[in-house]
Design a protein around this ligand. Sequence first.
Ligand code: ADP
Ligand code: MG
Length: 498
Amino acid sequence: MSLAEAAKRVAAEFEYPAVEVNRGVKEFLKEMEEGLEKDGTSLSQIPTYVTAVPDGTEKGLYMAVDLGGTNFRVCSIRLHGNSTFSLTQSKIPIPQSLMTAPAAHDLFAFLAQQIGLFLEEHHGEHYEGVRSCKSASGAPGYKNEEIFNLGFTFSFPVQQSGINRGTLIRWTKGFDIPDAIGKDVCKLLQDEIDALHLPVRVAALVNDTVGTLMARSYTAPGKTTTLLGSIFGTGTNGAYVERLDAVKKLVAKKDTSGYDPSTGLMIVNTEWGSFDNALTVLPDTPYDRALDAGSVNPGIQMFEKRVSGMFLGEILRRALVAMIADPEVALFASAHSGTNELSSTTSIYKGSKLLETWGVGSDFLSVCQTDDSAGHGSIRQTLVNQYGLHAPSAGDAAAVKTVAAAVGRRAARLAAVAIAGVVLKSGRLEGTDEIDVGVDGSLVEFYPGFVEEIRAALDEVEGVGEEGERRIRIGIAKDGSGVGAALIALVAGRLGES
Ligand code: ADP
Ligand code: MG
């Protein structure tokens, strides 16, 4: 068997044909429904307490902060009301000592201090004006119109119970402040903001996927609002606009204190990374199984493990390693100048990243996809420079490219399953308007052809088809934790004032 044939055979293991896509969509719809009914299901379908999406006409000055892993980002966003905005921001590294501080107060006081510094530096006028006016009148608080509504993107697991209420479940990413666990992170921040007498109200607790939806809905061309915000970066997830009455598990609680029910809508965070953890419909290869077994969370996030940036490189790597190990397959095994044009024997250095678990990133798939040249010069160069290969041949590079394309294509077709599920669930195909979908994340932004592959698969979905696919508009949504969070603060601010 030639190397090219062997590569095709491995690529075929990643085929995900139309029939399977359609089975996937049916299961996705079923799991969406289950998640809306009760807790503890495969798709979590978490109500976000955000009950409206912007249409681009919103105006005003808002704040947003983002506590991610390593930095604390503070921004102010001016919405111009014509789908455009201006953003001012500062990024502050979080001191290591505060990540493991003895008390929650230590960290949150620092965050409030940074908000104060930001206001003094960038909004001195507003800030001073408010301060002098306050002391002149001797009023105990600020007037409503003087207060900045702030959206708080907090990228740690929280149990949200209202638009600006949520308790910390556990820390991740190197943080460890036991004192904060079980406490309302919005209140922790608000208390420290109040201690500094800053004119800021923590109006909303923000999930990054919801931020993506809001940012896209504001910036998307035309008046139509966006249906779905989705992320294809390190991980994958989506948040969409659902009818409030369809969120049965929430409506059953009869407690509307945490949100504004008047719009009849609820943004739902699907947490679709855990779609079909039981593997009833998801494609499965020996490489997927080995990746999962060697992961920190075997058996969960099974959809994400086939779709997102953190995993695609590792799937490819495992497939290539299997080819290398197969004595019938001559990958990286050209022994003479006739086959590798470099007059040298191809070999892999010990310590090559190719032989190391998690050694290959999904950016390598983009390199493979981009290089259409006859000799695959940049693929070969990357193999040499980053993956410890000596003198790989054009045939080796072509084989790698074939397998990489298959892994990327399957990921995009799986992404289409989730997107089609949400589109079908929304019923919007029955209308005539365009259906807007926002996407964010390095994978969808940089992997060549990712969106095109999604579209091709959408074509094949029963109930969508070519006609439906043409009505779906997929556009990049940038800066969900900035403008998206500000927009959530805006929507939430209306609730806080009433
Ligand atoms: P995050 O998910 O943390 O917000 P990103 O959206 O930047 O960050 O996604 C990071 C992921 O995207 C990583 O898994 C990385 O391997 C992957 N990635 C980065 N660049 C590329 C690229 N050019 N092509 C494909 N994947 C990429
Ligand atoms: Mg991101």
